[in-house]
Ligand binder design. Structure first.
Ligand code: A3P
Length: 331
């Protein structure tokens, strides 16, 4: 008799054997409903479809993943997770105390945990090892994260009224961020001959994990135009320019609740922005020295990998104008 994982493996082997595939990145990718996924992701999507039970008050953070293969972090996900977690929990269990320029040591979970350890992914390669049942155990409202395109979300999710926040970033900056992230992961075993231009060409062709990037953004953009107002569409560069405005919009949208007049006059919005800022998070010991071992099965990930530069338009240092034009002209 087969074990569950063996059955899953057999199913996913069967499924992936019928899908278009590419070996161009360090690991095979399979095209499921127009979206490029690893074999583990295909299996994860299947498990989520079969087992995940959305609740009407679920809050979903969605981003395009920047990592090509194993580690599923996204362009701006770490930031969005930190902000939403802090907003959601400010009055429940972990009020944020704002003292001085830094976050202050008030026992806030972000001071001792990487944001990825505070907000679980809906789908993960290791979801095959950690059953979707673990999401069932979370209290409502659940704050979850996904990098599935809207078309691959469990069908009931949006229909039930779950709220989704999508954070979009300039694909040129996503590509640069992705490139550095991949280079810093020896497990990917990228050959020395695999250069930035190879990644650029594949990315332009739409061949990247959860790509094409444009379809990913477009699906949620269209969702944000629906009269149901279930999808909030944010842009990384706008959020960098006006973080406080976005934090207030986020709180209003999540409805968890909005900031009160007292909170606003007490500096709560600025405090959330400061606590979750790139430099504050990057310099916390948990993020500069910490390692997460169980996020992606047995492969440890340095938390510092989630904090590189945190700048907009860094692509100018890596792409020629011609390359930028080529990437821009794809949408
Ligand atoms: P760069 O590689 O351009 O620096 P992730 O997808 O892992 O969340 O990270 C994607 C990008 O977001 C990375 O960009 C990372 O540095 C940046 N980032 C991480 N935390 C951030 C924060 N608190 N504020 C702004 N940017 C952040």
């Amino acid at each position: 008799e087969q074990s569950v994982s063996e059955e899953g493996e057999t199913y996913s082997s069967l499924l992936t054997s019928t899908l278009p595939t590419t070996q161009d990145w360090a690991t095979p990718l399979f095209r499921l409903q127009g979206c490029w996924l690893t074999r583990q992701c295909v299996e994860s999507v299947r498990l989520v479809d079969a087992q995940f039970k959305p609740r009407p008050d679920d809050l979903l953070l969605a981003t395009y993943p920047k990592s090509a293969v194993q580690s599923l972090d996204q362009s701006g996900t770490t930031w969005l997770k930190a902000l939403a977690f802090t907003i959601l929990n400010r009055s429940r269990r972990h009020p944020v105390v704002f003292t001085g320029a830094g976050a202050g040591d008030n026992g806030h979970p972000l001071l001792s945990h990487n944001p990825h350890d505070l907000v679980p992914f809906l789908e993960m390669p290791d979801r095959a090892l950690n059953p979707v049942a673990e999401l069932e155990a979370l209290p409502s409202p659940r704050l979850l994260c996904t990098h599935l395109p809207a078309a691959l979300l469990p069908p009931a999710t949006l229909g039930l009224g779950c709220r989704v926040v999508y954070l979009c970033r300039d694909p040129k900056d996503v590509l640069v961020s992705l490139w550095y992230h991949m280079r810093s992961m020896p497990v990917l075993q990228l050959q020395d001959s695999f250069q930035f231009t190879n990644a650029f060409d594949l990315f332009c062709e739409g061949v990247s994990l959860f790509g094409p990037v444009w379809e990913h953004c477009l699906g949620y953009w269209k969702g944000s135009l629906e009269p149901s107002n279930n999808v909030l569409f944010f842009k990384y560069d706008e959020m960098m320019a006006q973080a406080e405005k976005h934090v207030k919009t986020l709180a209003g949208f999540l409805g968890v609740p909005s900031f009160t007049a007292d909170e606003e006059s007490g500096g709560a919005v600025e405090g959330v922005v400061r606590l979750c800022s790139f430099h504050n998070l990057k310099n916390l010991p948990v993020n500069s020295d910490g390692v997460v071992a169980d996020r992606i099965g047995a492969l440890p990930t340095k938390n510092s990998m989630f904090f590189r530069k945190g700048k907009v338009v860094d692509w100018e240092n890596h792409l020629t104008q011609e390359m930028a034009h080529k990437l821009d002209s794809h949408h």
